[in-house]
Design a protein. Structure first.
Length: 290
């Protein structure tokens, strides 16, 4: 590995005990990172770097910690040093690609995921990150291809399962998509947007009674309120219950939903039995979080 080329430099640059201390702090940083104690993790990573400035893993981990703390500029600086010290670590490119996806820098995200997959062809996180970039670029076919591969490599990857469910829904494979979203929720109940996505898939499958129950649970929890009120209203509308539907559309309109505002004005405040020129509801892209 490229890293071995630096062993003589490490020995020349720092005494053996300092190297050992650096590795000890790096291990403590990893342990703190695993329990999401970012402050402690950062302190140990800083110590590891100060004791051995040729330890690529310390820079890479410190970049990960900074990314978790939303210090994207600092994270990129550390990733750059880590790459200079060891450009054969696929996990470095996985981490940096996640940052690029978060910032919407899709060209850089594709570049890093491709590098990661060249070094580790079946890395499920690299495949997931590339799928996220494809999804954000509105290339659902490419996203689905990588998500299938990611889940084949790691069947219990909740984020990949959830995104695959969303993508399937957008490709009109709602039943299969709902199964993926529900499996993702079993593995990780607090996935952002998972419950609203499952409820919308029930609506699109015309399972309106189940959808009403799901949207009611979201409303009671205070989640995705404008969207939940809108779709619960639409579920009641499809069940021919104008009065109840309009109560929810008014609530959605009060929360700023433009489609609901249109429906209230042109349907709820009239004697019409149907919504004239009913808005074609566009799906919002799911949030990508790492």
């Amino acid at each position: 590995m490229t890293r071995s080329l630096f062993i003589p430099l490490v020995l020349a640059a720092a005494p053996l005990f300092a190297q050992n201390d650096a590795h000890s702090h790096l291990e403590r940083a990893r342990e703190a990172y695993a329990r999401q104690d970012w402050e402690t993790a950062l302190a140990h990573a800083d110590s590891a770097v100060s004791m051995d400035r040729t330890l690529p893993g310390a820079y890479k981990l410190r970049g990960d910690i900074k990314q978790r703390r939303s210090d994207m500029h600092g994270a990129l600086m550390d990733y750059t040093v880590a790459e200079r010290l060891d450009d054969q670590d696929p996990r470095l490119y996985v981490s940096r690609s996640a940052l690029y996806v978060t910032e919407g820098r899709l060209k850089e995200a594709f570049r890093d995921t491709d590098r990661a997959l060249k070094l580790s062809p079946n890395d499920p996180d690299a495949l997931y990150n590339r799928a996220c970039a494809s999804y954000m670029a509105r290339d659902n076919d490419a996203a689905l291809y990588d998500l299938d591969r990611a889940i084949a490599a790691r069947a219990d990857h909740p984020e990949a399962l959830f995104l695959r469910g969303v993508v399937k829904g957008e490709l009109f494979k709602e039943e299969s998509g709902l199964a993926d979203v529900r499996r993702a929720m079993e593995l990780k109940p607090d996935l952002p947007d998972a419950r609203i996505s499952a409820a919308i898939l029930l609506f699109e499958l015309k399972r309106f009674e189940e959808a009403i129950t799901a949207f009611t649970e979201l409303i009671e929890a205070g989640e995705s309120l404008a969207e939940a009120y809108y779709y619960r209203a639409d579920s009641h509308y499809n069940l021919k219950n104008k009065e109840t539907a309009c109560v929810d559309w008014r609530r959605s309109a009060e929360l700023g939903d433009r489609d609901a505002t249109y429906i209230v004005k042109n349907y709820c405040m009239t004697d019409a039995d149907k919504i004239p020129k009913k808005p074609s509801r566009k799906r919002s892209q799911m949030r990508i979080e790492f």
